[in-house]
Design a protein around this ligand. Structure first.
Ligand code: TYD
Length: 190
């Protein structure tokens, strides 16, 4: 089973993916958790760029695709073939949302990815409003930056929400406690 957790920053994806992994393990299932960007060479360059200056939109998109391609070949496909449960914190839906918010066409990004990346069995869209996201991540800065950040997070949220009617997608209101959100994910899967 291939499960992906997505959402804007501050939705609690990484905690939720760990809690979900524990739940599967308690049922005797073998679980692999991972995240994107990965800790591989392309992913590391992307994480560094967050501190040392952002890449051009074209290079950024290219690096995310290379990072994912390696992730698919080296971890995702082999783990699924071995019958493991794979839980990802971010996947190509983040590229649709974030690089989409930088001006690329989300649908084109989707096709580009689905040419090599398997579609998940379950996509959980963890949703919170942008004000809650900003207060959770302690988003501060001068007024212009704050507006800029708010605007691009809103675009990302809208792109994630546009996926809610996909047959494999589940929209999860994530304003509640960690326990409530985890319960909503587990009951959906159960
Ligand atoms: P994030 O999960 O927030 O990393 P961290 O654990 O370091 O907080 O991901 C880092 C950023 O990368 C996040 O703001 C979203 C962005 N991102 C993209 O822009 N495109 C992508 O395809 C992915 C996977 C992530």
């Amino acid at each position: 089973m291939f499960i992906v957790l997505e959402g804007i920053d501050g939705t609690g994806k990484s905690t939720q993916s760990q809690l979900l992994a524990e739940w599967f393990r308690s049922q005797g299932r073998e679980v692999v958790t991972s995240r994107e960007p990965t800790d591989g060479p392309w992913g590391s360059k992307l994480r560094q760029s967050a501190a040392s200056g952002r890449l051009s939109p074209e290079d950024e998109l290219d690096y995310f695709l290379k990072d994912r391609s390696q992730h698919v070949d080296e971890l995702i496909k082999p783990s699924l073939s071995a019958g493991k449960v794979v839980i990802l914190d971010r996947y190509y839906f983040s590229t649709m949302a974030y690089q989409g918010s930088r001006g690329f066409d989300p649908q084109e990004i989707r096709s580009q990815n689905e040419a090599f990346a398997p579609v998940p069995d379950h996509l959980f869209l963890l949703d919170i409003d942008v004000d809650t996201a900003l207060s959770r991540i302690g988003g501060r800065g001068d007024t212009a930056n704050e507006f800029e950040q708010r605007d691009s997070l809103q675009k990302c949220r809208d792109i994630f929400l546009s996926l809610k009617d996909e047959p494999f997608a589940h929209l999860i209101d994530s304003h509640g406690s960690l326990e409530e959100v985890q319960e909503a994910i587990r009951s959906t899967l159960a």
